[in-house]
Design a protein around this ligand. Structure first.
Ligand code: SF4
Length: 111
């Protein structure tokens, strides 16, 4: 397994957790998901981020999906590594990472 494989695996695991839950059983909202039955590979293709976001924008369970995903990520069970790939709940990996780790403004006018 090389570094790219590890990043893909981490992103894949993140998406599988939000779509199917830690127990392996899908959360109740999953039945209404716009991505149900879609090829999950698309969710990890950097060239398809905007297309995936379009799917999520029309998803009736976007709020539930986002709450579950961000909740899981902020619970400390995730690692920074998995933000590198995967678009989930209408947010790319870097966008989710910025929510969890907001940048501190640079101090440019320090006396
Ligand atoms: S918001 Fe996106 S990733 Fe989440 S269930 Fe809906 S379509 Fe799938």
């Amino acid at each position: 397994m090389n570094a790219d494989d590890q990043t893909s695996y981490a992103g894949y695991r993140a998406l599988m957790l939000v779509l199917f839950g830690r127990s392996g059983q899908p959360p109740a909202w999953r039945a209404q998901a716009a991505c149900a039955g879609q090829d999950t590979e698309e969710f990890f293709d950097p060239k398809r981020i905007e297309a995936v976001k379009d799917v999520c924008a029309g998803c009736p369970v976007l709020a539930e999906c986002r709450a579950d995903q961000l909740g899981w990520e902020s619970s400390g069970q995730g690692s920074r590594r998995y933000y590198a790939s995967g678009t989930v709940a209408g947010l790319s990996g870097p966008e989710r990472k910025r929510l969890h780790y907001p940048r501190t403004p640079h101090r440019t006018n320090v006396a």
